[in-house]
Write a protein that binds this ligand. Structure first.
Ligand code: TRP
Length: 331
């Protein structure tokens, strides 16, 4: 039997994990945990490219880790770990830096965007961010990386670096491909249905977290923007209600069509109320497991330690191979 291919993903511990992240990506990860050797990292080193308040940062990173477990990623099946616990990431980053051109990095759209937003802190990490991401992916000989539109360019440069290295030294890295989920809903902001629901939207009413309490979820759906008329219909010129229908469908596995049949003439108020309840119901067990996990820091650190150990064993092999190929003296 062929060994399973590696699927790699990471999330920065900033903002909140939203129901959009869930519907667009995480729900699918849960389904493919048996099909791939899946690796899920908390990309805490990437998050350092913008200033973090140490106490909050530590708490949020741990919270994200607990949310991964609470939502159903299984540490027996998948490798779940903190990027900063495996020093090979930054080691490979350095090695790959020497095969990456400054011009390639200054041209990255995200670098340009973030430089504008953080004009007072355009640090080397911000510039080198894509190489750390390339190291993340290439360390594990990953075949697939699920990426949204905003990370596509980073995966492209990862492929370029891998191919460049392979051409110089012979087959060393698996060249990763974007992973396109078989199904996945694109969910937009509750306050602006033309913008993707973002984990770091400054407007707290724009996004719902997967561990949010019931009252707050109900309130946010009540306040969700709607379109001018009051008919529940999925139509291009009704982006707000269409978005809410997408969410309702993703959370209940009911088709948009059957929801429209039921709610067409019942008005937005009733629709949003029932949608809120469906979301509450869907995530209540996640929230409950999450709160339990956060009360058991010993368990969390043990799972994190085991994850880092497994990741480290895989990563070590790649770094050793790279060093040998480059011509560093074997230790
Ligand atoms: N840069 C990604 C983001 O902000 C997070 C990330 C870090 C990542 N390393 C990765 C994603 C490796 C996929 C693979 O969304």
């Amino acid at each position: 039997m062929e060994p399973k291919k590696v699927l790699y993903s990471a999330i920065q511990p900033t903002g909140i994990i939203t129901i959009g992240n869930y519907a667009g990506a995480i729900a699918n990860w849960l389904k493919v945990q048996d099909d791939y050797t899946s690796i899920y990292a908390i990309a805490d080193l990437h998050a350092l490219t913008v200033r973090q308040v140490p106490q909050e940062f530590r708490q949020r990173a741990l919270s994200f880790f607990a949310q991964y477990l609470a939502v159903g990623l299984d540490p027996e099946k998948s490798v779940i770990y903190f990027q900063s616990h495996v020093p090979f990431h930054t080691e490979l980053q350095w090695l790959l830096n020497c095969y990456t051109y400054v011009g390639e990095m200054t041209r990255m759209t995200q670098f340009k965007d973030k430089s504008q937003k953080n004009a007072d802190n355009i640090n080397m990490g911000l510039l080198d961010y894509p190489v750390l991401m390339a190291a993340d992916i290439l360390l594990y000989q990953s075949a697939f990386v699920p990426v949204g539109a905003d990370q596509k360019q980073h995966l492209e440069i990862t492929r370029d670096i891998a191919i460049r290295f392979n051409n110089l030294y012979g087959e060393t890295f698996v060249v990763p491909e974007p992973y396109i989920a078989k199904q996945g809903a694109r969910i937009f902001s509750l306050q602006d249905p033309t913008a993707k629901m973002s984990k770091s939207d400054p407007d707290p009413n724009a996004a719902v977290s997967i561990i949010e309490d019931a009252d707050s979820i109900m309130r946010k759906f009540k306040r969700a923007v709607t379109d001018c008329d009051s008919v529940v219909e999925f139509r291009e010129d009704k982006p707000a209600i269409s978005n809410l229908l997408t969410i309702f469908s993703a959370m209940t596995d009911r088709s948009v069509e059957s929801l429209v049949n039921e709610y067409h003439d019942l008005g937005y108020r009733r629709f949003k109320h029932d949608l809120g309840e469906a979301v509450v119901e869907r995530f209540a067990p996640v929230r409950e497991r999450y709160l339990k996990l956060m009360n058991d820091k010993g368990y969390l650190s043990e799972v994190a330690r085991q994850g880092a150990e497994r990741a480290g064993r895989m990563a070590y092999k790649t770094v050793a191979k790279v060093k040998r190929k480059i011509g560093l003296v074997q230790p």
